[in-house]
Design a binder for this molecule. Structure first.
Ligand code: SF4
Length: 134
């Protein structure tokens, strides 16, 4: 019971602080996130990204890379990197250049966890444009 009261107090105090801060024009929420992380090239997740729960479903089995020459990355690298690091999206484009949409769809069909590789590639390209300021 005491622990619950402590949690309620902490949440209530955070709400009051946020509301008071906003009254005095302080940046909060998404504006604060952008101010804090823009220099680190970390864009906020888009609605499309948040709607893709299978984005992080890659189990690194390598099936989608079968037969690919992967010195600079392949479909598995795309799935793993895109679900974990937004900062290096522009670097992931190097691997993406080797995989057109048809190839990604074919690789997607092999995936046992149904990672939507084509959608991941589109998100990665959008992230790359966002972090490069294009
Ligand atoms: S087939 Fe699917 S789970 Fe396996 S490495 Fe590729 S994306 Fe990941």
């Amino acid at each position: 019971m005491r622990a619950r009261l402590a949690v309620v107090f902490v949440l209530a105090w955070a709400l009051v602080r946020t509301l008071i801060s906003r009254l005095f024009g302080a940046r909060t929420g998404l504006a604060l996130f952008r101010a804090n992380y823009a220099e680190d090239r970390l864009p906020a997740a888009t609605a499309e990204e948040r709607a893709l729960p299978s984005l992080s479903g890659c189990i690194a089995c390598g099936l989608c890379d079968l037969g690919l020459d992967r010195p600079l990355g392949g479909a598995m690298d795309l799935a793993l990197a895109s679900s974990r690091a937004t900062i290096d999206a522009d670097a992931a484009e190097v691997g993406l250049a080797k995989l057109d949409d048809d190839a990604l769809l074919a690789r997607e069909a092999l995936c046992p966890t149904r990672v939507p590789l084509l959608a991941v590639a589109r998100l990665t390209r959008a992230r790359a444009a966002a972090v490069s300021g294009a």
